[in-house]
Write a new protein. Structure first.
Length: 478
């Protein structure tokens, strides 16, 4: 087997040691979070951390490791914040990640904690070419798009339309790459390929590949978005997820804190940034040397005691709604060749249906019947009663899976704007809003520093929550 080391040795032999070093640097995971902060000893320092989401837990852990005495105040009766896994209501062993469900392999900061605490991870199939699309499948649509584009590009090459300088040998290699990219025939035409799937599957007799899709099918609304989805750096075909539920990472972080450090049901109502005091909703007042406020911005804005500019900046952070619907059923989809991945539902309120990536061939599984990331659609969904939500999801899935309605078991749904301790799904920044608000939000106010994924360059990702926590505690140490 060619190991990474053997491969690098080959690179070094060809290009010299310098080439191998450059390559190593390029292969190192690039994390938005930067290096884990190294804090000076903080023994004797008391820090109050507001919120036990990923940002609050990571901040508390790193401060605890530096010797600070930490107390985490969490309004909810559970830790994890938006990293919410629901098990109640489903059969034993089944779960539904109502918030985060997947981690890109380059999110090294959050994965670093999962590795450190030996949280078992599994592959999450994010992009499954077998997944159905209206009138086609993801694999068929992708093969056809590549075929059409490669044929066009080859014609353009032949017509001398490439503007960059190129040698005849390179031109030949580029033409070869395009033929391979599009699975073109010897004449450079897209005439269909087994990449697109079989019309007649091979067995004892040879198979027949599916013919090219009519452009009218390939160009149906939403198909381009589905086909290009996994090209996004954060949406690779295979991603990672903790086995047993996303909240396993938050649980591991919490378990590494001293017993009693986290106070659940402790809703913060106000603070005095200069005196470094926090007032709980029940009237109690707690003091510390520093405060890390790791609450979502809209909820943080409601606390008493901020300066007017700080409150205004917090309230102005643009945020959006999202919703998810979990539905338990027998795994009939696996008998249809669907092992994980996402079925896109263009034009439907449910937007996406996810097949479970864990425990293949076990009797039952929890589908994400709807992942609604569009703000307006999620709000429309949120206005429905639980029974109406179920009916809407089943109606949206019916063209793909008519049998689902008869097999569907327990369900649950979360609309993030309606979650009292979240208030929204995530921040959706514009460049203008960032430029206007970040200087205020990143500056300490008295003894309070803010943290949360929304302050990072990757809001809506746990990696961003870690990045922000590291920045907040790093600044406190410096
Ligand atoms: C639908 C959805 C899908 C997502 N998908 C992914 C994904 O696939 N992968 C990924 O990595 N990320 C994903 N995310 C983003 C991820 O959930 C967040 O980036 C991360 O969980 C944010 O952590 P946080 O600590 O910054 O904030 P939060 O998790 O919001 O934590 C804030 C904490 O403050 C508490 N709190 C609020 N008000 C008070 C108060 N007054 N007093 C005390 N405590 C209070 C809350 O209860 C909460 O525990 C998704 C989020 C959503 C909603």
């Amino acid at each position: 087997m060619a190991t990474r080391r053997a491969w690098l040795a080959r690179v070094a032999a060809v290009g010299g040691a310098g080439a191998a070093l450059t390559l190593l640097a390029a292969m190192r995971p690039v994390t938005a979070a930067g290096p884990r902060p190294s804090l000076p000893p903080l023994a004797g320092q008391r820090v109050l951390v507001l919120g036990a989401g990923i940002a609050g837990l990571v901040a508390a852990l790193e401060l605890h490791r530096a010797g600070a005495s930490i107390t985490v105040l969490e309004a909810d009766r559970r830790i994890g914040g938006r990293s919410l896994t629901i098990r109640e209501g489903f059969s034993p062993g089944q779960y539904f990640n109502a918030g985060p469900a997947r981690i890109p392999q380059h999110h090294a900061a959050i994965l670093g904690y999962a590795r450190e605490f030996a949280v078992p991870m599994q592959v999450l199939v994010n992009d499954n070419r077998s997944a159905p699309l209206p009138g086609t499948s993801l694999g068929e649509a992708r093969a056809n798009l590549q075929g059409v584009v490669a044929e066009l590009a080859l014609k353009a090459l032949g017509a001398g339309l490439l503007e960059q300088p190129i040698t005849p040998a390179e031109l030949e290699r580029l033409a070869g790459m395009l033929r391979g990219f599009g699975a073109l025939d010897a004449a450079g035409r897209w005439r269909g390929s087994a990449r697109a799937g079989w019309q007649q599957a091979p067995g004892m007799a040879p198979g027949t590949p599916r013919p090219p899709l009519p452009l009218a099918v390939l160009l149906r609304p939403g198909i381009g978005q589905a086909v290009n989805f996994a090209e996004g750096i954060n949406y690779a075909a295979t991603m990672l997820a903790p086995a047993g539920g996303m909240d396993m990472i938050a649980r591991a972080l919490a378990a590494a804190l001293p017993a009693g450090a986290i106070r659940l049901g402790a809703a913060v109502a106000g603070l005095d940034p200069t005196a470094s005091l926090v007032r709980l909703a029940d009237g109690r007042v707690l003091g510390a040397d520093h405060i890390i406020c790791a609450l979502p911005p809209r909820l943080a804005a409601r606390l008493d005691g901020w300066s007017a500019p700080r409150r205004a900046a917090l309230a102005a952070v643009p945020q959006e709604n999202a919703a998810k619907f979990g539905l338990e059923a027998p795994r009939f989809w696996e008998a249809q060749g669907l092992y994980g991945g996402i079925a896109w539902l263009p034009g439907r309120m449910s937007q996406q249906l996810w097949y479970p990536s864990e425990r293949f061939h076990s009797p039952r599984g929890v589908l994400v019947g709807a992942y609604i990331w569009d703000d307006a659609l999620a709000t429309r969904f949120g206005a429905l009663s639980p029974a109406q939500r179920r009916a809407a999801v089943l109606a949206d899935a019916a063209p793909l899976h008519p049998e689902l309605a008869g097999l569907a078991g327990a369900d649950t749904s979360v609309v993030w704007s309606d979650m009292p301790w979240a208030g929204a799904a995530w921040a959706e920044w514009t460049d203008a809003a960032r430029a206007a608000l970040m200087p205020e939000l990143l500056r300490p106010e008295g003894r309070v520093r803010l943290a949360g994924d929304w302050l990072s360059s990757i809001p809506g990702w746990q990696e961003g929550a870690v990045a922000s926590a590291w920045q907040a505690v790093g600044a406190l140490g410096g």
